[in-house]
Structures are given as C-alpha cells and as structure tokens.
Design a protein around this ligand. Structure first.
Ligand code: SF4
Ligand code: SF4
Length: 310
C-alpha cells in the first residue's frame, strides 16, 4: 500500500517514502485558460510547421548534421562558424535569466514545449477519453473491467501515435522531411540509427507525457531548480493575496477574509501544490489557479484577483 502524504500543512506530489501520487487536476475556464489555449495552439503549429516551411530552398530550421550546415530562417552556417554558438548560447542564457528576473516563470507556463504539449495535446486526449477529473480518478480506482481496459488501450495508443508523430517531425529538424519520408518508406534495417533514435525518442515522449508529467518540472528541469536564484521581490509571479484572503472561512463566517477555503485552486493545480502557501518551486506559472479563484470570486460577487499575477 502506498505511503500516506506527508503530515504537513501543504500539499506535495512526493510522499515521504519518495513515491508519487498520480494527479488528476480539474479543468479550468477563464480568460487566462482561453488565451493560453489559443497561444499554445499557435505555438504547436509553429513547432510542427518549421520543417515544412522552405526559405532559400531549405527548411526554415534545418540542422543538417550530415553536411555540417545549419540553416536558420534563410541564414546558412557552416562548421567553421561554430564559434558563433558561443554568442547564441550565452545570448539565450542571458535572455532567459533576464526574462525570468522580470517575469518569473513566464517561459514555463506559456512557451515551454513540455507544458504546451502536455496541457494542450495529451491532457486533452485524456479528457476526451476518460472524462473530467472526478471521472478520471474514479476510473483509476475502479477494478479492472472490459470498459476500463478499452479506454486504457485506446488512450495509450493515441499517446504513442502522437509521440511518434512528434518524434518524426523532430527528426525532420536534422535530416529534412523528404529524408524522413524516405526512411519511413524503407525497412528499419536500412536506417538503423534513425529508426533507433525515433523509437527511443517516441518512448521518452510517451513516458514523459503519459505518466511522468509534472515530475519533469519538479525533479529534473534545471531551469525550475534555478528559479529561486533568478527572481527577486520585484519579479512578476503568480501569488495569493494573503492580506485579503486570510483568515479563511466559509461565506458568512464573521471576521473571515476573502478566501472561502473551497480548495478549488488546489484542485486545478497540475503540480499539486497550494499557492496559498506562497511561491513554491513546483509552481510552473500555468495560471490555472488564477482562473479557478476568479471563477469562485465572480460567483460570490467579490472582486477577482485574490490569486493573480503580481
Ligand atoms: S480558489 Fe480562491 S477562494 Fe477557493 S480556496 Fe483557493 S484562494 Fe481560497
Ligand atoms: S500554483 Fe497555480 S500557477 Fe502554479 S502550477 Fe499550480 S495552478 Fe499553476
């Protein structure tokens, strides 16, 4: 039997014994959810369309390792131009640090491919097949049955299919789409290394998006780990207005602050934390808790923004 969650007054996705409870974050609706959805679909289209777009006879982004030439939006770099990578990498690193100092984890919540594909592709497949958060949890706890097996097989087959499509398009960044098509048309033995790359990458994507999910941000991503060193009191973060919200209490409780302790902000959090405990390493800035709390406040005819960008 799994160990209980730690006896602390905040939630977490890792138990005391190191195991991890699988999360079933609830759906949100609201202005940030809508804008993020549109923005993410545009980003997905951008990520996946780059190998198809031709500029000066080459794909917009083509890292042609075989010929040691890199084609970036019409600019062609040869192997002897590799010294430019120093400026590219340091420039990107500086930009990331600079943006983080100003806007916190804006990258994680709004542009990181992990968040974008997880929230707007894989979770949507899961939602379509398994239903909302309550249905998903019930299905997970339900004993084995034909219906459960069918849903599991269907969902994971789609996960693998989507992962394989992404892996092939990712491979196209390095060998071009026509070459990927040639490889796909031939037997795996004709292109062992490319086939192995594609199979391993598909497996990694499937493992990550199908199961590992928020653990990548919490346990593995070095950028997430660096957050506390990159932000200061003036950085833009998603936070809970403690002055306005505390002490928590149900509607009508004398002396209670604005927070009605409905826990909606916790239920929607994809990393399983309670933003009311302050900024935490696990927060990826997804804005779900803002929309969830705004929805509660609107229903109670109270001003929005108890949880907000600040
Ligand atoms: S959603 Fe808002 S009102 Fe509900 S518990 Fe969270 S902060 Fe409090
Ligand atoms: S605390 Fe809010 S913004 Fe941070 S990950 Fe959870 S739901 Fe997203």
């Amino acid at each position: 039997m799994a160990a209980p969650l730690p006896n602390r007054d905040f939630v977490t996705t890792i138990r005391d014994d190191g195991s991890r409870p699988f999360l079933f974050p609830a759906d949100t609706h609201g202005r940030f959810t809508t804008v993020r959805r549109i923005w993410s679909l545009l980003l997905i289209a951008f990520y996946l369309s780059l190998p198809w777009i031709q500029i000066n006879g080459y794909p917009a982004v083509f890292l042609d390792i075989a010929q040691r030439r890199f084609h970036l939006f019409g600019l062609t770099l040869a192997a002897q131009d590799v010294w430019l990578m120093f400026f590219v990498i340091t420039g990107l690193g500086f930009s990331l640090f600079f943006v983080t100092a100003l806007f916190g984890r804006i990258w994680c919540g709004w542009a990181c491919p992990h968040t974008v594909f997880l929230d707007h592709v894989y979770r949507r497949i899961e939602r379509a097949i398994d239903g909302d958060a309550v249905s998903r949890r019930l299905l997970d706890e339900a004993p084995a049955s034909g219906g459960k097996l069918f849903k599991r097989v269907f969902k994971h087959s789609l996960y693998i299919l989507v992962s394989a499509v992404i892996a092939h398009l990712f491979l196209a960044y390095f060998v071009s789409l026509p070459e990927v098509w040639v490889m796909v048309s031939a037997a795996p033995t004709a292109h062992w290394s490319a086939f192995a790359f594609m199979a391993v990458f598909t497996g990694i994507l499937y493992f990550n998006f199908g199961w590992f999910r928020e653990q990548l941000c919490i346990v593995i991503c070095p950028y997430g780990r660096l957050q506390s060193a990159l932000i200061d009191d003036n950085s833009l973060v998603i936070g809970y207005d403690m002055k306005r919200g505390e002490p928590r209490g149900k509607v009508g409780t004398e002396g209670a602050g604005a927070c009605v302790a409905c826990n909606r902000c916790v239920q929607v959090c994809p990393t399983g934390i309670d933003i009311r405990q302050g900024l935490q390493l696990e927060c990826v800035g997804c804005t779900a808790c803002i929309d969830a709390c705004d929805d509660v406040m609107t229903r109670l005819h109270r001003p929005r923004g108890l949880i907000r960008y600040d």
